[in-house]
Write a protein that binds this ligand. Structure first.
Ligand code: SIN
Length: 535
């Protein structure tokens, strides 16, 4: 495979073998696997200034591995039960069979992630999270995602055939049917030949042409008022794929994590489920445990959707702004500090000492179980377009994700997509570079008013939280559809008349992602997992 590609490299056009959008666990693993062949050029773009910044980085709990008394069948059953049996059985089997070996090979052996107790493989400390029938989760204290992301990005940086472009926001996927100067391209099956990418530093749009493109842009928690996700999780991948004609599935399944730290005036942050796995319990404002009322079998360790709804109900019944996590009565103070330093320090920053006090928590949008439909190799319905990680929907999670499975899915599908791409990469670019026009924005006015962008974003977050949140009803969804459709028109006009910046790209994508989710929630009258309809 030659890395000399057709087409002129210029400041406005780049050609590459594989373009990967997003550098969390799935994108980085795909890049590293592809880069094993020194002749394959990989371009990895991320909208973040710092490539460490991704949803992966904030994953606290850990990654599913194995337990002594575990098996692929037992893991698969736990995943299916948590997903309310709405999962893609084949995808679950692939994950359960291949996942633990890939974790060992890629993360432990090759990247040297120092999971707790890693003196020997058998000695890794295994923790438990909700709805797991085994303690099978390995972790790096309560900052597992950080440790993984540090190791992967360090490896990415040392690969000469990976070009890492930070502060580069993908604007749209390039499909000849939509973008080619050749009008006859509309008769070809949909395919992806790269993306328009906004360079935040130079404030211009670059055309990146590729033989294969991997969408690994993460989730969309930021379109909800309360979320555990970082600011980049705004549905960029979902919206780009939707505009390009990709099939989107399971969009009604947005998972709310039961326990985000609650403070009246501050952003939410995650309190890992593994605190409950290690003994902490949920109590209401009167200090009473309540989860057995809602989930007699599992109590505090019920699947996330059940715990989140239990908390919601308890808050309604007690008229309280939050419920509480009680660590202090169940886990010794020294153990809290040593095992959960992130949780302990973050709470302390907001004036709560988890070794002595109850920690106020509420549910918050956490993970998108739907996404761009992909097969067992991460292929979408567009030729040469793959999707991996949270942007994709393999069907593994069904209607509700089991804890610590998302990182595992990122490993498995990052790896599988890379294998498939490597085996099928063509010699030539699939499009003549001159057929794809450069980005045109001479006719537009100045930069968008940040007040308008922020206010529109706030509106989306409120609509989604109150009307398309934990409990959905027909009147709420109808209101959301109406409000979003008005807003979408305004945002589209705004988008086409202003110069591009990262915030405007995010706003356009967020309003579309919100619409896609709302329509799916409207259409599905059946409650399953994290899609709960009360009418
Ligand atoms: C957690 O630690 O509770 C979150 C991990 C996950 O989302 O799987």
């Amino acid at each position: 495979m030659s890395n000399i590609l057709s087409g002129e490299e210029s400041s406005h056009q780049i050609t590459t073998d594989v373009l990967i959008i997003g550098c969390g666990i799935s994108g980085s693993i795909a890049a590293l696997e592809l880069a094993r062949n020194p002749d394959v050029r990989v371009t990895l773009v991320t909208r973040s200034q710092d490539p460490l910044e991704s949803n992966t980085y904030y994953a606290q709990g850990g990654i599913v591995y194995t337990a002594a008394d575990d098996s692929a069948e037992i893991l698969a059953k736990d995943i299916l039960r948590a997903g309310d049996w709405m999962n893609n059985r084949n995808a679950v089997d692939i994950l359960a069979r291949e996942g633990p070996n890939l974790v060992r090979r890629i993360l432990i052996d090759e990247r040297g992630v120092a999971f707790d107790g890693s003196a020997g493989e058998a000695k890794h400390h295994r923790t438990r999270e909700a709805a797991h029938s085994r303690s099978r989760i390995i972790h790096v204290r309560d900052a597992t995602g950080k440790a993984i992301q540090d190791a992967l990005i360090e490896a990415v940086r040392t690969q000469p055939n990976i070009t890492l472009l930070s502060a580069n926001t993908a604007v749209d996927l390039l499909t000849p049917a939509h973008h080619s100067r050749n009008r006859l391209a509309i008769y070809e099956p949909l395919s992806c030949v790269g993306a328009y990418v906004f360079d935040q530093r130079r404030k211009c749009v670059v055309t990146i042409l590729s033989k294969a493109t991997v969408l690994a842009s993460g989730g969309l928690g930021q379109i909800f008022l309360h979320t555990t996700n970082p600011e980049g999780a705004r549905g960029d991948g979902l919206a780009m794929a939707y505009r390009a004609g990709a099939r989107i599935i399971n969009s009604e399944y947005v998972q709310f994590h039961p326990t985000a730290f609650y403070h009246r005036h501050r952003a939410r942050f995650l309190i890992t489920e593994s605190v409950r796995g290690e003994g902490a319990s949920l109590v209401n404002a009167s200090g009473e445990p309540f989860m057995r009322k809602y989930a007699p079998e599992w109590g505090d360790l019920a699947p996330r959707d059940e715990v989140a709804r239990g908390i919601h109900q308890e808050m309604l019944e007690t008229g309280s702004d939050s419920v509480f996590l009680d660590l202090r009565s169940h886990i010794p103070a020294e153990r809290i500090k040593e095992r959960f330093p992130t949780v302990y320090n973050n709470c302390l920053e907001y004036g709560v000492d988890a070794t002595k006090e109850l920690v106020p928590v509420v549910p918050a949008a956490h993970y998108f179980c739907g996404g761009v439909w992909v097969d067992e190799y991460g292929r979408t319905n567009l030729r040469r377009l793959y999707a991996v990680g949270e942007a994709s929907c393999t069907g593994v999670h069904g209607a509700n994700r089991l804890g610590s499975v998302s990182l595992l899915e990122g490993v498995v599908w990052g790896y599988r997509a890379a294998q498939h791409i490597a085996a099928n990469l063509s010699e030539e670019l699939p499009v003549a570079p001159e057929d794809i026009p450069f980005w045109q924005d001479e006719s537009v006015a100045g930069y968008p008013d940040p007040v308008l962008v922020r206010q529109d974003m706030t509106l989306i977050k409120h609509i989604m939280w109150y009307y398309v949140g934990l409990v959905r009803t027909t009147p709420r969804l109808a209101r959301a559809m109406r409000d979003l459709s008005v807003l979408r028109e305004d945002v589209n006009i705004f988008y086409h008349t202003q110069r591009l910046n990262d915030e405007l790209i995010g706003l356009r994508n967020s309003v579309l992602a919100a619409t896609v989710i709302t329509r799916a929630a409207w259409a599905n009258k059946e409650s399953h997992g994290c899609h709960y309809r009360e009418g």
